[in-house]
Design a protein around this ligand. Sequence first.
Ligand SMILES: C[S@@+](CC[C@H](N)C(=O)[O-])C[C@H]1O[C@@H](n2cnc3c(N)ncnc32)[C@H](O)[C@@H]1O
Ligand SMILES: [Zn+2]
Length: 336
Amino acid sequence: MRPKLFIEKIMPVNLLNQQVYYEHGGNPFKGLHRWYSRKPLSFSRASVLGSILPADISLEEFEYLLGLEPGKEIKLYKTPPSSVRIKKVHDYCEKVWGNRTPTILDAFAGGGSIPFEAARYGLNVLASDLNPVAVVTMKAAMEYPLKFGPDLQEDIDKWVKWVGDEAEKRLAEFFPSLPGETVQNYLWAHTVVCPSCQSVVPLSPNWWLSKTSNYAGKGEARKVTSDWYAVKPIPNLEQKRVDFELVKGKKGKESTIKTDDGEYDPSVYNTISRGVGKCPNCGSVIENDYICSPSQDSKLGHQIYAVAYKKGKGSLEFTTPRECDLEGIRLAEEKK
Ligand SMILES: C[S@@+](CC[C@H](N)C(=O)[O-])C[C@H]1O[C@@H](n2cnc3c(N)ncnc32)[C@H](O)[C@@H]1O
Ligand SMILES: [Zn+2]
């Protein structure tokens, strides 16, 4: 029978709380790929060591093997264990398990914190996950760096740049920007054809683009400095379509934009609510069954209604689509 293990006796949670706190913010291991409920490295390290070391070592010895030093503020996640500590852990493993580098198995390894820490101690590691994205992330974080060494970073930088440059070359003509500007986003709405008047109706529960408020000044003088943006649908029954006008202003009462022409509420002109549409050209209700009809009676399509861009390093601005944007879309559709 195996001896009682350290984790069955005690877990120094206060100390680990402090370590977990250090791991908030910039952490290269976490930055590689987001994963839900990724455990802190320090805590994973303590779980691995606690599960292989015997219960009869002292708390001080455990803290030492973790990599801590009395009186020093050591951040474990940034500090790989020293070779002296690794050797000591292997010595204990030999006594407890009859093997200097026993196998640590994490069958639900997710972001890979447990296998990463086990590998730092030179243990034999097996990790798996049901989700292939987790598996690829773990390969990138553990297997490849160990297999290819520091050259891997140079190769990654080179090939990431190559893919970016090639994509840019091939795609630039479809995403044009005016001189001095960089387009950040295109905003599209799904469309249906109104069963009553045959207009193409863009669907959206509201026509907000941006409600970002930056404030300047204090007290009475406190003012919103950034603009709020939305679009306003303009009926065009003659051409059986809906056009858009840009609305730009300051924060108004409640959820409205204040402009020289008065207050505008982008939720009032919505064209869909709880799955039911409304045609701005003839006022008809467009039933959900029709919009979702499997035979596509509604002729679902899409329409661009705004473009977000930056001028130099300035803040995000919006516009209704310009001729250059529409030209990019036409080119992309031709190439399809
Ligand atoms: C909470 S996450 C693990 C987080 C991990 N300890 C870390 O620190 O990043 C749980 C993982 O279990 C995986 N999983 C769930 N069911 C599974 C199964 N039947 N077999 C293998 N993996 C499974 C999920 O895909 C998920 O990545
Ligand atoms: Zn209509």
